[in-house]
Design a protein around this ligand. Structure first.
Ligand SMILES: NC(=O)c1ccc[n+]([C@@H]2O[C@H](COP(=O)([O-])OP(=O)(O)OC[C@H]3O[C@@H](n4cnc5c(N)ncnc54)[C@H](OP(=O)(O)O)[C@@H]3O)[C@@H](O)[C@H]2O)c1
Length: 266
């Protein structure tokens, strides 16, 4: 039998603006969306710890953000998709940036769907990068924030995770599973006062989508970053659609009956 326990809101420490975002860890600092987020956070004089694969790109980004006003910028080079490297990343964060209060997970990959249909290796890599490794590293940060009873975890999933489509269901299923994971994590961390934000962008102009038809008409990464920074500052909403219109588009898409949806070729 399932027992449902509601946690009274009085057990949750109230957030005050003074406790809000000061020290932010960005996982996937070279992503087109993360770059814009980091520029806006630097402009606000925040402290940043950036994790990404390329030490050279990290050094370039660090120099750029210093000019833009970031108070402190630490970098750590690692492959976030490799779960074996997570302990090293987390140990560095705890040592060099111990009282971090916000984590933004921004890395991800989108292979051509056809490649995942013909190669199980590509399929597994897509699931590992976008789901398995993401949940593994979020779990390390979640336990730390839960113990300290403070902070905010945010992760970029995608509107592609809201419904399985013929043209990108492998990427979509990884993102959908990550959204579900975040939903459960949010409930787990709620009694500790730790916020969990699920970020669902629609298509955005970044290196991930450069090669796609109509990419010039995709969302502006600067606007998406503004929405993300605002959500991190306010620690709400729980689920952010960005640009906002995608909340309504996906609401409508989810209403399409399955026997019609399966015939749609997009
Ligand atoms: N652009 C869109 O239309 C869109 C829409 C919805 C959701 N999203 C999501 O938003 C997030 C940011 O994407 P973006 O648009 O900013 O894409 P992007 O510019 O292509 O950035 C992708 C990031 O993920 C890292 N990455 C890719 N494959 C990796 C791997 N195998 N191992 C480790 N790191 C890897 C990249 O690192 P390197 O720089 O080292 O390659 C880079 O930091 C992703 O989670 C993406 O799925 C994007």
């Amino acid at each position: 039998m399932m027992t449902i326990t509601a946690h009274p809101t009085t057990t949750r420490p109230a957030y005050t603006p003074a406790r809000a975002m000061k020290k932010i860890v960005i996982l996937g600092a070279t992503s087109g969306i993360a770059l814009e987020v980091q520029r806006q956070l630097a402009h606000q004089g925040r402290e940043l710890l950036l994790v990404a694969r390329s030490p050279q790109r990290l050094a370039e980004i660090q120099a750029d953000l210093a000019i833009r006003g970031a108070r402190q910028i630490l970098t750590y080079s690692a492959d976030l998709a490799s779960v074996q490297q997570h302990a090293g990343i987390f140990e560095f964060v705890q040592r060099a940036f111990a009282d971090f209060d916000t984590v933004l997970l921004a890395y991800g990959s989108m292979h051509d769907q056809k490649d995942s249909e013909t190669s199980v290796d590509v399929l597994l890599e897509e699931l590992t990068v976008n789901f398995v490794s993401a949940t593994a590293i979020l779990t390390l940060f979640a336990s730390d924030l839960e113990q300290r009873r403070t902070g905010c975890l945010a992760a970029i999933t995608s509107v592609a995770g809201d419904r399985g489509r013929r043209s990108n269901y492998v990427y979509g299923s990884a993102k959908g599973a990550l959204s579900l994971f975040l939903q459960g994590l949010r409930s787990r961390l709620h009694p500790a006062g730790v916020r969990v934000i699920t970020i669902k962008p629609g298509p955005v102009r970044t290196p991930m989508t450069d090669h796609l038809a109509n990419s010039a008409r995709f969302g502006d990464p600067e606007q998406v970053a503004r929405d993300i920074v605002r959500a991190l500052e306010r620690r709400s909403p729980d689920v952010l659609y960005t640009p906002k219109i995608w909340r309504y588009i996906m609401g409508a898409v989810q209403q399409i009956p399955e026997n019609i949806f399966k015939r749609l070729s997009f």
